[in-house]
Design a protein around this ligand. Structure first.
Ligand SMILES: C[S@@+](CC[C@H](N)C(=O)[O-])C[C@H]1O[C@@H](n2cnc3c(N)ncnc32)[C@H](O)[C@@H]1O
Length: 396
């Protein structure tokens, strides 16, 4: 089901727009649930037995599963339809964004005033500028400048793409993560919070709602998305500031944040960039501060089939860094940046939208932090989110 946005920049959809977007969302539900389950069945009943006959064992890695599945009709049907549905997500919102471009730019210019700092001279990194990330036309930047169309495209596209699993305001990740942190660490009261790669700030806003006294800043390299996000926040009455900045080179002093967060960000960076981003996080965190990332769960903590399933995006959805990131152990990424191993933690939090608010407290109480291979990070019914973090050492 496509989400109907509720904030003041929401588009006016005609019957044809609505039918098109609902169809695409429904197609994604069909592909990611029904066809995915057919593919799993083909794997268990056809492909594993034949692999075992040849090799005397089951496939051991995601790469082996991928190799095995490639020529199977259950996979080619799933994959072809999933690519088609992905492209249709953007096609289904493009005419609406174009039609409303002048109005939305006007509203965004007024509503973002005072809450947006751009840096037009800043080079856009090639992981954003050189490819149409997940087939989004123009990637996060569009034609450049401060036209907010890339922000509107992302917001409306995510509403179709998410099939209702990210909530009515597309903020389920931020809501679930901030609920987890505020309940798991009740003594931790961050006064300054930074969200890296925030796009339109949809998962930034919940941090301000969880910690109303904190100053919350979202940064991204893409100005159009930030401007849209600044207006989106203002129009929803949430006081968050947005700055155009590269997370690999932050314009903030040492020790100036209590919490540095990111969601769905690291998998769009090369491993070299991740190293530089982690070094910057380490630098800007205060003693006793927290680095926290919501991400896809790592291959090391999943079975071969589930690893293959999530890595699909790397091969077929213009997400070139996805697998290299998922092949890392998050604990090692943190420790390479200088976070002590004993200060690292990871967790799985139930989506508040899917399971209800109480489920977060129950998960904390049960200390059920292991990755569930079927539901963690998989955008389908029963979704749970994976997170990991590390505390900055306290001053001696
Ligand atoms: C998948 S989106 C993240 C979306 C959002 N955080 C969420 O919770 O859904 C990745 C974002 O990272 C931004 N980005 C990529 N490289 C960056 C960098 N080096 N510094 C800051 N932002 C970057 C992109 O412009 C894009 O908006």
């Amino acid at each position: 089901m496509a989400v109907v946005l509720k904030h003041a920049m929401k588009p006016t959809l005609n019957a044809e727009d609505m039918a098109r977007q609902r169809f695409v969302s429904g197609l994604r539900v069909f592909v990611l649930n029904d066809l995915a389950s057919d593919m799993r069945q083909a794997y268990d009943t056809r492909l594993v037995p034949s692999f075992k006959q040849t090799h005397g064992r089951e496939p051991a890695t995601g790469a082996e599963v991928h190799q095995l599945m490639r020529m199977d009709p259950a996979f080619t049907t799933y994959s072809a339809l999933r690519v088609t549905a992905q492209k249709m997500v953007w096609d289904s919102v493009a005419p609406v964004v174009k039609r409303e471009q002048a109005r939305v730019n006007e509203v965004a210019s007024q509503a973002s005033a005072g809450k947006l700092t751009t840096n037009p001279a800043m080079p856009i990194p090639r992981n954003v500028s050189a490819i149409d990330v997940h087939f989004m036309p123009g990637s996060y930047v569009g034609a450049g400048g401060d036209d907010v169309s890339p922000g509107a495209t992302y917001d409306q596209g995510l509403a179709v793409f998410s099939m209702g699993l990210m909530g009515a305001n597309l903020d389920d990740i931020g809501l679930s993560m901030s609920a987890y942190v505020s309940r798991k660490f009740p003594a931790f009261k961050p006064k300054r919070i930074l969200d890296l790669g925030c796009t339109i700030g949809h998962n930034t806003l919940p941090w301000k709602q969880a910690y109303p006294d904190a100053e919350v800043i979202g940064i991204d390299v893409a100005a159009g998305g930030l401007k849209y996000g600044a207006a989106r926040a203002k129009l929803q009455g949430v006081d968050v500031a947005f700055q155009q900045m590269n997370a690999e080179k932050l314009d903030f002093p040492d020790g100036s944040f209590d919490l540095v967060f990111s969601s769905m960000f690291l998998h769009e960076l090369s491993l070299k960039s991740i190293g530089r981003v982690f070094a910057e996080i380490k630098r800007v965190l205060r003693p006793g501060g927290l680095m926290l990332h919501m991400e896809l769960p790592p291959n090391t903590q999943m079975g071969p089939f589930e690893g293959f399933y999530l890595d699909w995006d790397c091969y077929y959805n213009v997400e070139p860094f996805y697998k290299a990131f998922r092949d890392q152990e998050p604990r090692d990424l943190a420790s390479r940046a200088g976070f002590k191993p004993e200060h690292y933690f990871q967790f799985v939090v139930p989506s508040v939208g899917s399971y209800g608010d109480a489920a977060v407290s129950e998960a904390i109480a049960a200390e059920s932090h292991a990755v569930n291979k079927e539901t963690t990070g998989r955008l389908a019914a029963g979704i749970q989110w994976f997170g990991f973090g590390a505390w900055q050492e306290r001053a001696q």
